[in-house]
Design a protein around this ligand. Structure first.
Ligand code: GSH
Length: 207
């Protein structure tokens, strides 16, 4: 059985858990906080969560794990069958992760740990997020799902990347990151009601 290491509070842990549920794969949650200790680095070389263990092999990075799960259990498919549509989904996933979530994450120390972030960083994050939102807007289909009429990996990343990013933007700038992005808001609504995500979020609040 697959083991899922990390903590339920993590957006990428939650995303990975939702994928495991989506694909009806049996798994066991192992509560492990991220760490730079050698035993954790064996699971995840950057000391980040989540990581999984499958057939005695450790694997980190949510995209790598998603790719493994897609090969392991192709149904329900979370990537289109044809090469270019599948690559376009991954392109959107990359921008959501790198140009939205990772950018907004720079505000996290102040929001979660009360470690002030400099005004310079706040301005840089704002500018980078504006650029990232334009990139995502160019690729986001929202008819009704992120990449078109099929539920894909991009919908899971939309939910879990904007979950974090919107919270950071609200807390630091008191602004709504998605104010003029109805298609993205719609996907967030769809995903909040999607059974695998709903289960993850319910179990998270139950602790
Ligand atoms: N690129 C990684 C990001 C994982 C990540 O940022 N994990 C955070 C929690 S959501 C973490 O472990 N942070 C602790 C740290 O950076 O030390 C992925 O997609 O899995």
């Amino acid at each position: 059985m697959i083991k899922l290491y990390g903590l339920r509070m993590s957006n990428y842990y939650s995303l990975t858990k939702a994928l495991l549920i989506e694909k009806s794969l049996g798994f066991e949650e192992v509560k492990r906080p991220p760490s730079q200790e050698e035993d954790f680095l064996q699971l995840s070389p950057m000391g980040k969560m989540p990581a999984i263990e499958a057939d005695g092999v450790y694997l980190s990075e949510s995209i790598a794990i998603a790719s493994y799960l897609e090969h392991l259990q192709p149904e329900p498919a979370l990537l289109p069958g044809d090469a270019m549509p599948a690559a376009k989904v991954m392109e959107l996933v990359c921008h959501l992760k790198l140009d939205i979530e990772l950018v907004a994450r720079r505000l996290l120390p102040e929001v979660l740990f009360k470690q002030p972030v400099s005004d310079e960083t706040k301005s840089a994050v704002k500018a980078d997020l504006a650029k990232g939102m334009k990139a995502v807007d160019r690729l986001f289909v929202g008819a009704p799902y992120a990449a078109g009429d099929q539920l894909t990996l991009a919908d899971f990343y939309t939910f879990y990347c904007f979950g974090l990013a919107s919270g950071m933007v609200k807390a630091i700038y008191d602004e709504d990151l998605l104010e003029s992005h109805p298609k993205i808001q719609n996907v967030l609504g769809l995903m909040a009601d999607h059974p695998s995500v709903k289960q993850v979020e319910t179990e998270k609040s139950a602790k």
